[in-house]
Design a protein around this ligand. Structure first.
Ligand code: NAD
Ligand code: DAU
Length: 352
């Protein structure tokens, strides 16, 4: 038995691959284009794992994906591969359209062809799991009910619009062709191996480096935060027991303003790595220009996943953020290596 994972050298995909190989004997083929966000160092401990096959390639490469499916004959495909950073999608949406929409379309077509050729039991058991985001639902006001799976799609950024488009393609491939698809829509993840251009790792690393902690606008935007290992558990559960054609929201029941998140990180660092001058890390907070079209609030109702498949997150925000800060303190090499020239170019472009 084999599963094919795309985007398995990224943040969530990488955590998923590591968790999967630690729990299963099943072979995992990992297809990743190794964009700026893909990092083989995340997979260093499984580089020679007998059940892990890493293939550098693009989900938009039709011949490459078709050949991989023919060669490895997976029982499931889990699609993490995407351009995932909202700010980058504002500076340059083209890659998002290409990978998230055209790439997903290509992957669906290759998988449909492969799945059509399976027989009997294999065909019935096959699953295509598409990993998506809560951002497709748009924004909430304070006091609105959290997003349920039935909430209408109202994406507001090039990133979320491209993910919404991919979700619609996945849905259509089920309704039109019968492809057994599952879609998960998850809130903000955090944890080990998070590329340091997203809020939580950026703040941890800037704090330690004595740099400003940039807060967009008034910092009162709300996100729901889920520890990445909990997301991996939810995906495994949906893959195992989800009903084809269904979508499942995944969330941590942890709504926080961005300021609360940054304050929590500062408080942990004040205890574990106090500043030499005796001041708190909050001193480094700097309010900067807001993100254009910045969604005010995301909140996820993950009740369906709990009721139907019995999944709940294990980490609280306090336990998850403590583990995360600890991981970044313990892994300076990983950080140094991802903080390459291209990463520094991005920081200059975004923050000046
Ligand atoms: P990431 O940017 O860290 O990783 C994406 C990975 O995909 C990278 O390894 C990259 O090299 C690879 N990739 C990009 N384009 C590719 C292509 N054309 N072909 C093959 N590989 C390609 O992203 P992430 O944060 O790990 O997110 C993974 C998935 O989860 C995405 O689909 C994202 O939309 C979704 N998601 C992310 C979050 C979050 O908080 N990070 C929350 C909900 C959903
Ligand atoms: O909600 C799920 C989404 O979460 C995923 O689909 C995306 O792939 C993932 O990147 C994440 O998107 P966000 O835009 O919410 O994550 P980010 O870490 O970029 O920002 C989190 C919040 O912090 C957001 O309100 C913007 C704010 N922010 C971010 C950065 C990088 C700041 O205030 N300052 C910053 O420097």
């Amino acid at each position: 038995m084999t599963i094919l994972v795309t985007g398995g050298a990224g943040f969530i995909g990488g955590n998923f691959v590591l968790d999967w190989l630690a729990r299963h004997d099943e072979k995992l083929v990992n297809l990743d284009a190794l964009t700026y966000a893909g990092n083989l160092e995340t997979l260093q401990t499984v580089a020679r794992h007998p059940q892990h096959v890493f293939v550098r390639g693009d989900i938009g490469d039709r011949d490459g994906v078709a050949a991989l499916l023919r060669q490895h004959r997976p029982r499931a495909v889990v699609n993490f591969a995407a351009e995932s950073h909202v700010d980058r999608s504002i500076h340059g949406p083209a890659d998002f359209i290409q990978t998230n929409i055209v790439g997903t379309f290509n992957l669906l077509e290759c998988v449909r062809e492969y799945w059509s050729g399976l027989d009997g039991e294999e065909r019935a058991a096959f699953r295509f799991l598409h990993v998506s985001t809560d951002e497709v639902y748009g924004t909430l006001q304070a006091g609105d009910a959290p997003f349920a799976e039935t909430h209408r799609y109202e994406p507001n950024s090039p990133y979320s619009a491209s993910k919404a488009a991919s979700d619609h393609l996945v849905r259509a491939w089920h309704h039109t062709y019968g492809l057994p698809v599952l879609t998960t829509n998850c809130s903000n993840n955090y944890g080990p191996y998070h590329f340091p251009e997203k809020l939580i790792p950026l703040v941890i690393l800037n704090a330690l480096a004595g740099k400003p902690l940039p807060i967009y606008g008034d910092g009162r935007q709300v996100r729901d935060w889920l520890y990445v290992k909990d997301h991996c558990g939810a995906i495994r559960r949906v893959l195992e027991a989800g009903v084809p054609g269904e979508t499942y929201n995944v969330g941590g029941w942890n709504e926080k303003t961005n300021l609360e998140v940054v304050h929590a990180i500062c408080a942990i660092l004040d205890r574990t790595r106090p500043r030499a001058d005796g001041l708190g890390y909050r001193e480094q907070i700097q309010f900067v220009a807001d993100r254009p079209g910045h969604d005010r609030r995301y909140a996820i109702d993950a009740g369906k996943l709990e009721r139907e498949l019995g999944w709940r997150p294990e980490e609280t925000f306090d336990s998850g953020i403590a583990k995360t800060v600890e991981w970044y303190l313990a892994n300076p090499e990983w950080i140094e290596h991802v903080s390459s020239g291209s990463y520094r170019d991005w920081l200059n472009k975004q923050y000046g």
